[in-house]
Design a protein around this ligand. Structure first.
Ligand code: ADP
Ligand code: MG
Length: 503
């Protein structure tokens, strides 16, 4: 792989990188190197400094100290433009795409093919087809990006960076939003790029992905490298320890509930199966409890959650909600039974971004809020003001402010408010804090605990073990479509969750 040909392989070396935000140093002199034809997995807990490190490499942030050497030239700082010209492409956690444009337009964004000063639409479409074919995916180049599923959007982002002929491709937690199949397509693609001599930095906190696609692994903890080794030379336990170190206890467990827990489950799956997604699943949540279903992508955890809202049906077994076990035929039936549901993809699943916040809160409670079939702005504003303070929704004091102007965390709080206003007795959340910053995350956990204290049964489906540790009274661990462990109280800690979820 090294120096065999006439042309030198791509080589990037970041040396002693330091970075502070607001006087707090978050990278304490980190080294990182990656060469063409290899995949470096960058691991670490939330806040370890992974994104900051790669943003410095991509020129999006400037380091306070240290240097970046690419091929033979060293730079104290790069601009995004310079980094791009040197062949560095980065795909962020949050979408950067323009949702009203087509797939083809997105892929050529910033580099529209022009002929005699006019944009060449046919060339643009051909370019899009070429990259999408290379990726082995069937996405219509003429579809608007806003109409795609999350996974497809991610692929379009990757296609965009590839059409710019990257020599180093950085992927920041790309699979968080992908289905199992899409993740496999992505991995195939990463392998293909690697064999073509592209260097890759792959950020994840899923250990099984590290063993599946990476050659080397670097673990960051609190802004320092805690492990750097060949993947073949390490194992799961060593990586987990490097990630969480002594901070295991610092991932706070919530205090044990002091409020009463209901006798009868508010929601219970009994021997439940659905297609190839999951089988013989038995899970329950009682009024007053926060239950987490923890499982990696493809474990079936998300699909179990979806059955609570009638988005997916059972082939066998029962789902009992508030004492009734007749099938939930769809969202309307679920809402009638007192189920509130927050999907993983806020934008596709219920956040009306161009509508006012107050309307987003009130929308499923219109029958209750309307007078003689008429819903007024004042009634909606009332619904909003009931929850703004309690959920610490950070917005202007204006119920007509549009949803899309809020941060991800605050949008998620508005969606929570929607179900609280509806007086839901069961609240099922898929990946409740995905794409939510740390501060808002803590607010959301606190809100979920408070809801439980008021007698709601909360079910959080998550692929983030820290989330399960921080929020749940009880955790079911799923793997390959089955419940493989149920943990309670002190039994809920990162190590046992990861061990149970398996490789
Ligand atoms: P990771 O990607 O490993 O989860 P990040 O690099 O995003 O970690 O964050 C590392 C630390 O830097 C965190 O404490 C985070 O809050 C902080 N941080 C990151 N970006 C900014 C920013 N733009 N402003 C202030 N603090 C930031
Ligand atoms: Mg990050």
């Amino acid at each position: 792989m090294d120096g065999s040909g006439v042309s030198q392989p791509f080589r990037l070396e970041a040396r002693r990188i330091r970075k502070s935000f607001g006087g707090v140093e978050v990278l304490h002199g980190v080294d990182l190197h990656v060469t063409g034809g290899s995949v470096l997995a960058l691991l670490g807990e939330n806040g370890a400094g992974k994104s900051t490190m790669v943003k410095i490499i991509a020129g999006d942030y400037q380091a306070d100290a240290g240097e970046i050497a690419i091929d033979d030239a060293a730079y104290a700082a790069l601009t995004p433009r310079q980094a791009r010209d040197l062949g560095v492409a980065i795909i962020f956690q949050e979408f950067q795409d323009a949702s009203t444009l087509t797939v083809a337009e997105n892929i050529s964004l910033g580099r529209l093919p022009a002929r005699r000063g006019f944009v060449s639409w046919s060339e643009m479409r051909a370019r899009a087809r070429r990259v999408l074919d290379q990726l082995g995916v069937e996405i219509d180049p003429d579809a608007t990006v806003g109409s795609l599923r999350v996974g497809e959007r991610q692929i379009v982002e990757i296609a965009r960076s590839l059409s710019g002929s990257a020599r180093l491709l950085i992927l920041d937690e790309p699979t968080a939003a992908l289905s199992h199949h899409e993740a496999e397509v992505l991995f195939d693609f990463i392998r293909r790029l690697r064999s073509q001599g592209v260097a890759l930095i792959y950020i994840t906190h899923r250990l099984d992905e590290v063993t599946e696609i990476a050659d080397r692994v670097q673990v960051l903890r609190d802004g320092q490298t805690s492990l750097l080794t060949d993947v073949a030379q390490t194992n799961r336990r060593e990586m987990v320890e490097a990630m969480i170190g002594r901070r295991m206890d610092a991932v706070g467990r919530p205090a044990a509930p002091t409020h009463p827990i209901g006798e009868t489950p508010a929601i219970a799956w009994q021997g439940a199966s659905s297609g190839r997604a999951f089988h013989d699943v038995t899970i329950e949540a009682r009024p007053g409890e926060v239950v987490a279903i923890f499982g990696k992508l493809g474990s079936g955890a998300a699909e179990v959650g979806e059955t609570a809202f009638g988005i997916r049906t059972l082939d066998a077994g029962t789902l009992t909600v508030m004492g009734k076990d007749d099938a939930i035929s769809g969202p309307v039936a679920a809402i009638d039974r007192g189920v509130g549901f927050l999907p993983a993809d806020r934008k596709a699943g219920g956040a009306f971004l161009v509508r006012p916040i107050a309307e987003n809160v009130a929308i499923v409670s219109w029958p209750q809020l309307s007078r003689g079939g008429v819903i007024t702005d004042a009634a909606e504003a009332g619904a909003f003001s009931r929850w703004k303070e309690r959920l610490a929704i950070r917005s202007r004091n204006d119920p007509r402010q549009t949803m899309g102007t809020l941060s991800g965390g605050n949008q998620q709080k508005v969606l929570l408010a929607r179900w609280l206003e509806r007086d839901s007795r069961v609240l099922v959340l898929l990946e409740p804090t995905r794409g939510v910053d740390v501060g808002a995350r803590a607010d959301i956990y606190r809100s979920l605990r408070e809801l439980a204290a008021q007698g709601v049964a909360v079910v959080a489906v998550t692929s983030d073990y820290e989330e399960a540790v921080q929020v749940a009274d009880r955790v079911y661990v799923m793997s390959k479509g089955a419940v493989v462990a149920a943990l309670t109280g002190d039994g809920i800690e990162s190590g046992s969750l990861l061990a149970a979820a398996g490789g």
